[in-house]
Design a protein around this ligand. Sequence first.
Ligand code: HEC
Length: 216
Amino acid sequence: MSADPSPRLPLEQAGASDEQLQKVHAILLREKPEPTEGYSPLPLLLLGLMSALILFSAIYLGRYSGGFDPLVYDERILPGMLENGAAPAVQDPKVIGKRVFANCIACHQTTGLGLPGAYPPLAGSEWAQGPEDRIIRIVLNGLSGPITVKSTSFNSSMPAFGPQLRDEQIADVLTYVRSEWGNTAPAVSPDKVKEIRAAVATRTGPWAPDELLKIP
Ligand code: HEC
């Protein structure tokens, strides 16, 4: 007790007077928060505001998320195509074919020249520009065995791409190969790839060049 130099409450000893008791109560009452009745309108207002915000966000997302429309991202549409009011045009098969050609670059090279002694050239190749019935089979199932391309012999193997490339992708990459680097063979259609894929469905293992030469 003696540690406190200025005691706030004048109730230091037993036998306090009525006046002192009243003073003490008055002080105690003042320090308590004012008693309130009923509810405060603030939480209700907050609740209303938050509900309005959630409703607004839901409507906003619904309107501007694109509704998961596949046209919102479509790799065939270039930036600007839609802004000009143009219909979502399907891109040039050669442009798509060039992208699919990424699968072939490791061996046949961007130049289409291949690697001497290992991978035959596609540029100026009589095979690449030859019957589509042969090259579609090559891409679908692969190729292995002795082959002559531009009077040079190769004897190696190419993997099958049938499992990982769709009909359109095979058609587009062959259309690209047949018209790039000075090549001048007609385009290959996805329908033709589909037809041949069905015809060789039971085939397992790569083709041999000699076998393909029998196909007109
Ligand atoms: C792993 C290397 C490799 C990849 C990848 C590859 N090829 Fe080949 N390709 C070869 C080899 C090797 C041959 C020759 C096979 C032989 O010796 O019988 C060949 C042959 C060919 C031929 C016939 C011969 C010629 O030069 O014209 C064509 C057409 C062809 N490939 C197209 C493609 C296309 C299109 C792709 C991509 C989808 C591709 N290749 C991916 C290695 C590859």
